[in-house]
Design a binder for this molecule. Structure first.
Ligand code: MN
Length: 191
């Protein structure tokens, strides 16, 4: 399988001012493209060559896992953003309130997880087998599917995700990301 850059569901400047065209050009156009190129090179002649991407993530280790997971994580992240506000549907709000107390408290806990993740990684809203919502930190290329969780939403907290627009201000980046999340897509992923 030859992986290619998944199309963005919006123009590269559509997420401004929260996410600049320059960030999209580098983050989507260069970083994601590099993970795709690396993955295509690494899987040649291996059992992963004709495996669906999610199966690669579930079984690979080392560089093949890292690049495959980064391809999946970034495609998921960029696909979930939207230039038009998509408010949280009632059914998701009910689950958030049940499992975190309130939407505000969920955002506080998510931001805390984003800020306390040392180094590079991803913060995820996931659902477990019982349907409970959880906030999960994953370092580096980590993907919660490896631990049996269903990913619902994520924010990339690698420095490359925010350094052009926010420099070292990861907290401000997370705050502004809330304005871009397409909650309709998040709820569609729920069990
Ligand atoms: Mn990234």
């Amino acid at each position: 399988m030859i992986y290619t850059l998944p199309p963005l569901p919006y123009a590269s400047d559509a997420l401004e001012p929260q996410m600049s065209q320059e960030t999209i050009d580098y983050h989507y156009g260069r970083h994601l493209q590099t993970y795709i190129n690396n993955l295509n090179d690494l899987i040649i002649g291996t059992p992963y060559e004709n495996m669906p991407l999610e199966s690669v993530i579930m079984t690979a280790t080392g560089p093949i896992f890292n690049n495959a997971a980064q391809v999946w994580n970034h495609a998921f992240f960029f696909n979930m953003l939207s230039p038009e506000p998509k408010p949280m549907p009632h059914e998701l709000k009910e689950f958030i309130i049940r499992d975190f107390g309130s939407v505000e408290e969920f955002k506080v806990q998510f931001k805390k997880a984003a800020l306390s993740l040392f180094g590079s990684g991803w913060v995820w809203l996931v659902q477990n087998d019982e349907g409970k919502l959880l906030i999960i930190q994953e370092p580096n290329a980590g993907n919660p599917m490896r631990n049996g969780y269903k990913p619902l939403m994520t924010i990339d907290v690698w420095e490359h995700a925010y350094y052009i627009d926010y420099r070292n201000r990861r907290a401000e980046f997370v705050d502004r990301c809330w304005e871009l999340i397409n909650w309709k897509k998040v709820v569609k992923r729920m069990h």
